[in-house]
Write a protein that binds this ligand. Structure first.
Ligand code: NAP
Length: 345
């Protein structure tokens, strides 16, 4: 919890000159490349060190992105006293181990989504973050995107009345490969944790934790969900109809219905640059232009939190990550998707 004096410090520091932070990237896969290039866009962010299980790979990555240090092991990265922030970019199942590695070396940690496989793992991470008094945040990057912040504001202020329904989908065709992260159960594969997390988080953010969940899924022969459809129901009568899939490419749109308006997101709703708001008065098109890839907003937010001496983000607090994982755990129980990290597996 953030107390009023922490909050006031946070706000004061917003207007003071920010200082520089040295980032260290742990795990140099697909997403690490995008985030590395966005770190370089943020004032005061230094891509200082990168770590891979292979020193050659780390050296090549460091060369491409002009990072000062390249490490051939993750432990060497977290031991480097110059590193302020560790960005964990390994497959989901390793987030637990790698977040703890960062926290236990008193680093601030930004961890890719989902921050953990289940609530049990996250509860222990939170315990360690508190024990070490270190910053921890889930890298649900879309939470910081300008178009979503606009929708959050309109919802919170009830500009168009209450939110009554959400439809959101995130799907793309992924070539089936038993070893690929997306289909590999031992790496935490499956559509729900990888992309379903975005529609689920949108519903939690706008409508809160649902009273009832009805979930269905289709499985691959590797035992992970290829597609899922979810229906969240709320005591107010509001509902969210959500889906995600690796089986087909869809426009991946979202529509949010309010009492007096409908907000339609452009294609790939999580990082679109267009919103269309339809009211009785007609249609309004909102354009959001920003340089790729879109991770600069969460990177800047981590800096702002650290400047303010915070150990949690006010915008993506660990309570929000807990509610998200609780919801994902409930869905997984219903569809019968268990990972070896689940205590009841
Ligand atoms: N925010 C987003 O838009 C977004 C997009 C994609 C993915 N993600 C998240 O980012 C995380 C990584 O996804 P990714 O697509 O970047 O994965 P990826 O391309 O497979 O890269 C993951 C990296 O983790 C490291 N790693 C450590 N142990 C591993 C193991 N046993 N098997 C495979 N890799 C291992 C590897 O780095 P080294 O070889 O260098 O050690 C690997 O390159 C996932 O949790 C995912 O949900 C987020």
């Amino acid at each position: 919890m953030i107390n009023p004096s922490q909050w006031s410090n946070f706000m004061k520091n917003q207007i003071m000159m920010s200082h520089s932070y040295c980032w260290g990237i742990l795990g140099l896969g697909r997403i690490a490349h995008k985030v590395a290039s966005d770190i370089k866009q943020v004032e005061g962010a230094i891509l200082y060190a990168v770590a891979s299980r292979s020193l050659e790979k780390a050296k090549a990555f460091a060369g491409d992105f002009k990072a000062e240090k390249a490490y051939g092991s993750y432990i060497d990265l977290v031991k480097d006293p110059e590193v302020d922030i560790i960005y964990v970019a390994t497959p989901h199942v390793f987030h637990f181990e790698h977040v703890l590695l960062g926290l236990q070396h008193h680093k601030a940690v930004l961890c890719e989504k989902p921050i953990a496989i289940n609530v049990d793992q996250l509860s222990y991470m939170i315990f360690e973050a508190k024990r070490t008094n270190s910053f921890l945040m889930e890298g649900l990057w879309t939470n910081f995107m300008p178009h979503l912040k606009k929708v959050y504001d309109l919802t919170q202020q009830e500009t168009y009345g209450k939110c009554i329904k959400i439809e959101a989908d995130f799907s793309f065709k992924a070539e089936f490969n038993t070893e690929a992260r997306l289909f590999n159960k031992s790496l935490g594969g499956g559509a729900l944790l990888d992309i379903g997390i975005y529609p689920v988080y949108l519903a939690l953010k706008l409508l809160g934790v649902p009273q009832n969940i009805k979930a269905n899924a289709q499985f691959s022969k590797t035992g992970v969900d290829v597609s899922n459809t979810l229906r969240f129901q709320y005591p107010s009568g509001a509902e969210a109809l959500l889906s995600s899939s690796f089986a087909k490419t869809t426009p991946s749109k979202a529509k949010v219905y309010f009492e007096r308006a409908i907000i339609e997101f452009g294609s790939r709703f999580h990082n679109t640059d267009q919103l269309t708001i339809t009211t009785k008065a007609g249609e309004e098109l909102l354009d959001f232009h920003y340089p790729p890839n879109g991770f600069q907003f969460e990177i800047q937010h981590v800096h702002d939190c650290l400047e303010g001496g915070l150990t949690q983000s006010p915008e993506m607090p660990l309570k929000a990550s807990l509610e998200l994982l609780q919801t994902l755990d409930t869905i997984r129980k219903q569809i019968g998707l268990r990972y070896k990290e689940d205590l009841d597996h």
